[in-house]
Design a protein around this ligand. Structure first.
Ligand code: SF4
Length: 324
């Protein structure tokens, strides 16, 4: 029997290279080995969103990119968190077994509270409980995460363990599966690639737009002039060359160190390889974008399949807690 994988991601709209290398590719590969459940966590997004006007568009764009990148609704369950309301009920029940002190200690709660002092809502502090409910509702054994998510997963394991100790063995303790390409820096060369920071390269850009974006990237600050010797090991563009241009990357590094190649030429090589790699994605995306009902059908079918598992888990949980 295949182990079950669960992963959720906030509805951030069109996906970028950081999403692709850090998560989506991994999602696609896991489909062959595991029973995968992938969810767009719209309720989580409400903890930081005050204006929800663009939410549905973001969900649509994100799922369009996931499907175009190779997520297959025949192999995986793909759905939107709020379409399976059982998760809210399980969240409430798990909140009764989660000590408040565990949640107040979570560093991301303190960071978020600092970032939005005008909106320190309950959802911010309860976020790890809802995340635990997302995972254990499907009794997922494996959760693909980046290193920054490890503390949250550890908390989910603790909550599951506590429930099991109090009410009998119910949930498997979810294990982390670290992605092999965890941190993609943005075009600024400093921060993680992020749409909010405006340092991203969207997957759905045209070839020309991709070249324009790559040309804006910050490179090795020591290479101010064409003849300056470079340091590829600290250059963001080189990191991407290693992924998109693996056969030529060591040669590029050597040419950079000896100033045989300039940054403009190097960036152009990278942009061409990105465009080449993403060509099938972009073609699939154009085809799927012409079938607007298809995304809604995939999500409705995914929610229905997810609810079959969710109802069964919730029935078991309520019975063990003495609620039936
Ligand atoms: S030549 Fe390439 S690897 Fe070297 S500093 Fe310029 S962009 Fe970076």
């Amino acid at each position: 029997m295949k182990h079950r994988v669960f992963s959720g991601a906030r509805p951030t709209g069109k996906q970028h290279l950081g999403n692709y290398l850090g998560a989506i590719q991994n999602y696609v590969n896991l489909q062959e080995e595991y029973e995968c459940i992938y969810c767009i966590v719209d309720v989580h997004a409400l903890t930081t969103l005050e204006d929800t006007g663009g939410l549905q568009k973001n969900i649509y764009d994100m799922m369009l990119d996931w499907l175009s990148a190779g997520l297959d609704p025949r192999k995986s369950i793909l759905f939107v968190q709020s379409h399976v309301p059982e998760v809210m009920e399980l969240h409430t029940l798990l909140s009764m077994v989660t000590p408040l002190g565990w949640l107040l200690r979570v560093p991301t709660f303190k960071e978020k509270a600092k970032l939005q002092p005008q909106n320190i809502n309950y959802g911010l502090v309860g976020y790890p409980v809802l995340m635990t409910a997302d995972i254990v509702l499907y009794k997922a054994k494996v959760v693909p995460v980046g290193e920054d998510q490890l503390p949250h997963l550890e908390l989910a394991r603790e909550i599951a363990r506590r429930f099991n100790n109090l009410f009998g063995n119910t949930f498997p303790e979810p294990e982390a599966k670290l992605t092999s390409f965890p941190l993609i820096l943005g075009l600024d060369g400093k921060e993680k690639m992020s749409k909010q920071l405006g340092n991203d390269i969207e997957l759905a850009l045209s070839d020309e737009e991709t070249i324009e974006r790559v040309m804006t990237a910050v490179t090795d600050p020591a290479r101010r002039y064409r003849n300056d010797l470079g340091h590829p090991e600290i250059c963001n563009i080189y990191k991407l060359q290693e992924y998109f241009n693996p056969l030529k990357s060591s040669g590029i590094a050597e040419e950079c160190r000896t100033a045989k190649i300039g940054c403009v030429e190097c960036k152009m090589l990278l942009a061409q390889e990105i465009n080449f790699t993403l060509k099938p994605f972009r073609e699939r995306r154009a085809t799927l974008a012409n079938k607007p009902k298809y995304i809604a059908e995939v999500l409705a079918d995914g929610a229905e399949r997810a609810r079959v598992i969710a109802r069964e888990t919730l029935r078991e949980v309520k019975q063990k807690m003495g609620l039936t």
